[in-house]
Design a protein around this ligand. Structure first.
Ligand code: SF4
Ligand code: SF4
Length: 163
């Protein structure tokens, strides 16, 4: 006997991300592209000479380290003024600060989404189960001095499984 797969998300009727450009998407389509990995909320270091970006396992103080969601999204700019709102207009400026698995970055590079993306799996948790998020892997910036950041550089946040 076949059973319906469990799904906690309403899957879209059409794969809009395959037919529309990022700029053509509605606000809700754009928002649904975020897989909730939380890796864009990790502190990063940039090599001043090469411009290379290094991810750390130190998270923004507002990031919930379990769910990987911003704990105060509506008021985040009050507490974290340099939090950048991702839009089709800002994407180009910040793409190199996004992990290679980020849906916005993948689509802007003409690449497909990974099969654990909630839009394909129908489950918000699939990103965590696939080990593609920062859930339970990070500490808060409130718990570490800035000088110690270089010791917190990690590879896992900047890995591209499809490369
Ligand atoms: S890195 Fe991209 S997909 Fe992951 S939480 Fe940030 S915006 Fe969403
Ligand atoms: S303020 Fe919220 S959305 Fe912005 S970096 Fe911090 S946790 Fe992420």
């Amino acid at each position: 006997m076949a059973r319906r797969p469990k799904s906690d998300l309403e899957l879209p009727q059409e794969r809009f991300w395959e037919t529309k450009s990022l700029a053509q998407m509605s606000r809700s389509e754009w928002e649904s592209l975020c897989d909730g990995c939380g890796k864009c909320c990790l502190l990063k270091l940039e090599d001043a000479d090469t411009g290379e970006t290094y991810f750390t396992d130190v998270a923004c103080k507002l990031l919930d380290a379990e769910t990987c969601r911003c704990s105060d999204y509506a008021r985040r700019k009050i507490f974290v003024p340099d939090c950048i709102v991702l839009t089709p207009e800002t994407l180009d400026q910040v793409a190199h600060w996004l992990p290679p698995t980020c849906a916005y970055r993948l689509l802007s590079e003409g690449r497909p989404l990974y099969d654990w993306h909630p839009l394909l799996s129908g489950e918000a948790n699939s990103v965590h189960r696939a080990g593609a998020s920062c859930s339970h892997r990070v500490i808060s910036e409130d718990d570490i001095a800035d000088e110690a950041l270089p010791e917190r550089i990690v590879d896992w946040a900047n890995v591209d499984p499809g490369a």
